[in-house]
Ligand binder design. Structure first.
Ligand code: ADP
Ligand code: MG
Length: 230
């Protein structure tokens, strides 16, 4: 297995002093190069779940093993290194660095991993249809084109796993379908597994393998069950 999760828990404190359990996942796994979509309503913990897998957040309890390494036990710096080596992340709002060009955005992503490889960066941008836009800044691109830069950046370090957080939420339906096809294909070409979260039926319809987050995450199945007065 590429990714295995056991007894993963994450809660947040709320302004009224109670504690809200957001993630409570007894078991979850993903195989090498497997593609899976998780559906869940807004607030069901999709982003939190992906951020735990990416090591952006540290769990309160439980274990996340990714490519043989326990990212859940690592220090923050260790999680950063493991993420740079193993994971590509496509954020809902893309998170491109606005002061840098397309190719610089991809190269900067590489600098946290195996090191800048201009040929690969250019090849990836060409693959996503942006060969004529290498030196454009994000603001000079359409939303769909910015999203494709984010796809190229996510694949830059040859990740074993690509995480995608509602990646087409900001796109019109035609661009969304096209972009999703591109994410599917480029993950396959690069041998990367894909875990995508969405609440959009159109998006979910493009996956053979769709699971309901509520069946995996007990906190999403019954949000109020996790709330306890402190
Ligand atoms: P989704 O991505 O499915 O919409 P999130 O993972 O963003 O869900 O959020 C799940 C729940 O956790 C929501 O109720 C949200 O308000 C809460 N939450 C998310 N991030 C934080 C945070 N940093 N602090 C407190 N509560 C948070
Ligand atoms: Mg979210």
């Amino acid at each position: 297995m590429l990714l295995t999760i056991e007894n993963l828990r994450k809660s947040y404190g709320t302004p009224d002093g109670s504690v809200q359990a957001v993630v409570d996942v007894p078991v979850f796994s993903l195989d090498t190069a497997q593609q899976m979509a998780l559906c869940g309503t807004s607030g069901s913990g999709k982003t939190t779940f992906l951020n735990l897998i990416a090591g952006i957040l540290k769990p309160d309890a439980g274990r996340i093993e990714l490519d043989g390494c326990a990212i859940s036990d690592a220090s923050e710096a260790g999680r950063d290194r493991l993420r740079a080596r193993t994971i590509g992340y496509i954020f809902q709002t893309f998170n491109l660095l606005q002061g840098y060009t397309c190719i610089e955005n991809v190269l900067l992503g590489m600098s946290f991993g195996p090191g800048a490889d201009r040929r690969r960066a250019r090849g990836l941008l060409e693959r996503v249809g942006l060969g004529q836009r290498l030196d454009h800044f994000p603001r000079q691109l359409s939303t769909g084109q910015q999203q494709r830069v984010a796809v190229a950046r996510a694949l830059a370090n040859r990740p074993k796993l690509v995480l995608a957080d509602e990646p087409t939420g900001n796109l019109d339906p035609a661009s969304a379908a096209e972009s999703l096809g591109l994410i599917h294909e480029t993950c396959l070409e690069n041998g990367a597994a894909l875990l995508l979260v969405s609440h959009d039926r159109e998006v979910l319809g493009q996956f053979d393998n769709v699971r309901d987050l509520a069946e995996i995450n007990r906190a999403a199945a019954c949000p109020s069950a996790g709330e306890a007065r402190s």
